[in-house]
Write a protein that binds this ligand. Structure first.
Ligand code: GLN
Length: 547
């Protein structure tokens, strides 16, 4: 039976609750425990799949095809435990489940209420798979006091009462603002936040306080006294240079020890932190630097491509170099020659995206990489644009394009080299879609197998000919054009098992030009960099040595 750690936030949002949860998960693993991490989001969307990356950052896709919060990406990167659809829930999903049951007649005769119907639904969700791990870490999105969050706070309060004493603890993350004029760290917002939490029946066991510097003894004692926690359960979370420092930094501050103490686990097993020491060493002692241009659309918000930025960092760690990723808005290349922008980069990455805006610029970036022999990694839309570039500029299909853009514009302009996929095979089942399907959750989502051509560049990189990668797209490269494109040198080196869906393309006469229909970035870890990213950065290092 798992022990439960509920992680809540107060004072302000964006304090790094997800990162703290992920780092704690990693530290518990380092002490030999098994963990699973979950995110409970109070917003009313059923999932973040239909939210703009500007609103919510990247959508993280699980193996089993759920579109989830980007914090699940942190959880996976730090613990290596693959997230599942059941590790992410929102108010929207909870209410929609409750209303579905109401319509079905499951509650016949009853008035449906937040307590107990909504809170029970939340508790059932928290319990899923509780026998599988030693610790279940559940992070509540938002901050205490948010209206939408209330049913979640009430549910975790009840949950801890339903369980035997000592099986659940609460960890609360707050901010200690630093007032420069008086040179003081202020504890009052934290006191208020804890007061708010206690007013809804939750008493924190561990307090994690974000602050610019260390917490002086006097403030620590004050926090302990006023917030009713032990002084050694007041943990300082100082700003870090790299997120991958977090496990070691939290360990130094005593977070894992405080958590084990709160559960009265004694003696606590000794941690083995060798993995994280190696990660830190690679981050902080690089032997060189490469510059990678990321030509995309959602470039103003770094969180929009979170996993790509992290996977590039991991690729750098694999090669002991620092990767300087620079974001360039693809639309610029629709007005200007890309050469002055892209010259000087050691590699170019075109990430995924939706809609036509910026795509002509991405096509220009692919052309630049192909003709200048610069390493190119095209991910999802980045692969589709590379294929369209090949079709237009090499295979003489001047009006090649994607059906996605014609659908968006409501008229037909292109030869659909990339078309709307309406039927495909998933495991033993056939999935079908219609043009006017609802948008939420209807893409080709989750893990699919691809077969790699023996002797291809990608087969060499993966060291395998059968791989599993995660997908999130509606459109697909049409194999009708395979022969024509292969005759030009664009090899279809990865295919779905039935041979109908192109998964990977690569240029034969190019040092490193690969397009993938899936999202390799989602599976990269600091301690296990994804082979495609590791090799992409290796190719960039080679370019950097030539100049
Ligand atoms: N918009 C494209 C599609 O739906 C690509 C999606 C993506 O890049 N994730 O196929």
């Amino acid at each position: 039976m798992a022990r439960f750690i509920f992680i809540t936030g107060g004072v302000v949002s964006s304090l790094g609750k997800g990162l703290a949860s992920a780092a704690l998960g990693a530290l518990l693993q380092a002490r030999g425990f098994t963990v699973r991490l979950r995110k409970l989001d109070p917003y009313l969307n059923v999932d973040p799949g239909t939210m703009s990356p500007f609103e919510h950052g990247e959508v993280f896709v699980t193996d089993d095809g759920a579109e989830t919060d980007l914090d699940l990406g942190h959880y996976e990167r730090f613990t290596g435990v693959s997230a599942r659809a059941t590790d992410s829930i929102s108010s929207g999903r909870i209410y929609s489940n409750v209303l579905e049951k109401e319509r079905r007649g499951d509650y016949l005769g009853k008035t449906i209420q937040v307590i107990p119907h909504v809170t029970n639904e939340i508790k059932d969700f928290i319990r899923i798979g509780e026998d599988e791990v030693d610790f279940m870490l559940c992070e509540i999105g938002g901050t205490v006091g948010d209206i939408e969050g209330l049913p979640f706070f009430e549910a975790i309060r009840q949950f801890s009462q339903d369980k035997p004493r000592g099986q659940c603890i609460f960890m609360h993350l707050t901010l200690l603002p630093y007032i420069r004029a008086s040179g003081e760290l202020k504890t009052k917002p934290t006191q208020h936040s804890v007061k708010e939490l206690r007013s809804i029946g939750i008493a924190p066991d561990v307090l994690v306080c974000r602050s610019e510097g260390p917490i002086p003894e006097k403030e620590r004692e004050k926090l302990a006294l006023f917030c009713n926690v032990r002084p050694d359960a007041v943990i300082a979370a100082q700003d870090l240079k790299s997120i991958y420092e977090a496990p070691l930094a939290y360990h130094r501050e005593g977070l894992d020890q405080a958590v084990l103490d709160a559960f009265q686990i004694s003696p606590a097993p000794k941690p083995d932190l060798a993995k994280w020491e190696d990660v830190s060493d690679r981050i902080f002692n690089p032997e060189g630097e490469v510059r990678v241009a990321i030509v995309g659309k959602y470039t103003q918000l770094e969180d929009a491509y979170k996993s790509i930025a992290e996977a590039l960092t991991h690729g750098g760690m694999a090669n002991r170099v620092r990767v300087r990723a620079e974001w360039i808005d693809a639309e610029i290349f629709e007005r200007e020659d890309p050469s002055p922008w892209l010259e000087g980069f050691h590699a170019i990455l075109v990430p995924g995206g939706f809609g036509e805006r910026g795509t002509e610029g991405k096509i220009k970036a692919a052309e630049f990489a192909r003709t200048r022999q610069i390493p190119y990694l095209g991910i999802c839309l980045g692969m589709q644009m590379a294929v369209i570039e090949a079709a237009r500029n090499v295979a003489h299909l001047a009006d090649a394009g994607s059906e996605e853009f014609d659908h968006e514009a409501g008229r037909k302009r292109y030869t659909p080299v990339v078309y709307h996929l309406k039927e495909w095979v998933q495991g033993n089942a056939t999935v079908t879609r219609k043009a006017d399907d609802a948008k939420g959750g209807t893409m080709r989502l989750g893990s699919y197998t691809a077969h790699l051509a023996a002797g291809s560049k990608v087969a060499g990189i993966y060291g395998a000919t059968v791989i599993e990668e995660r997908h999130r797209h509606r459109y697909e490269v049409d194999i009708k054009y395979r022969d024509k494109l292969e005759a030009c040198g664009l090899v279809f080196s990865g295919m779905s098992p039935d041979g109908r869906l192109p998964e990977i393309v690569e240029w034969k006469d190019h040092p490193w030009f690969i397009g993938v229909q899936f999202h390799p970035e989602l599976k990269s870890k600091p301690f296990a960099p994804h082979p495609l990213f590791a090799d992409f950065v290796r190719a960039a290092v080679e370019v950097s040595r030539l100049v």
